[in-house]
Design a protein around this ligand. Sequence first.
Ligand code: ADP
Length: 238
Amino acid sequence: KLPQGPLLQAQNLTKAFGGLVAVAQVDLEVRPGEAVGLIGPNGSGKTTVLGLLAGTLKPDGGRVRFLGQEVTGRPPETLARLGLARTFQQIRLFPSLSVYAHVYLPLCFQDAEKAGGQAWAILARVGLEEKAHLYPASLTYLDAKRLELARALALSPRLLLLDEWLAGLNPAELQQAVTLLHELQREGISLLIVEHLMPAIRALCDRVYVLSFGEIIAQGPTEEVLRHPKVVEVYLGV
Ligand code: ADP
């Protein structure tokens, strides 16, 4: 059942690295069932915002609420327990663990049989059931991405933060990956998607936020925002 009110709400988020203000007074919201894009040129602060939302970075100012609870500065484990999971730009897989073990391990705190059942269900969900016995070195790039997603799904998230999860896929793989994300959204998982690939953003996101030099310069329905002169200017660099 989807909760009432925003799932995730960030207000006034600010983060500086030394003298550099990487994120300045960002307000952002994800409602239940939404797929929201976070776009902007390289260095505009997208990954920093994800880190602040996922608890890997502590903000210098502002606050984050998840499911109506104040979670500002809480560690990623706490947020994961509440239902917020993320993927990383650099896929983080363990060479000596099988595909199955990657998904089973985050689940194994519970009854072994139950964990096993859930691990198989998640592997089937992302299309890796047949490859459960393989090791990361023998996976295709798309399968490695699927496994990274499966690890996040093992946390039973309500909200998934995706950091360029679609980057580097060929057109056929991209199509399959977009379909998978659509299905997850239909199943009730909300998505916050950091991505450079505009066709994927168009295909997936109901709304987008545009960052430039750490500030949100435009937001709203995807097509409308992508046509906005300010956004076109930022992307063309003129
Ligand atoms: P994006 O994801 O949009 O490419 P980032 O969030 O990675 O942007 O970076 C925003 C700005 O903050 C950049 O100028 C980057 O160099 C800087 N930055 C990011 N992380 C760090 C860090 N750990 N230390 C110092 N500067 C950082």
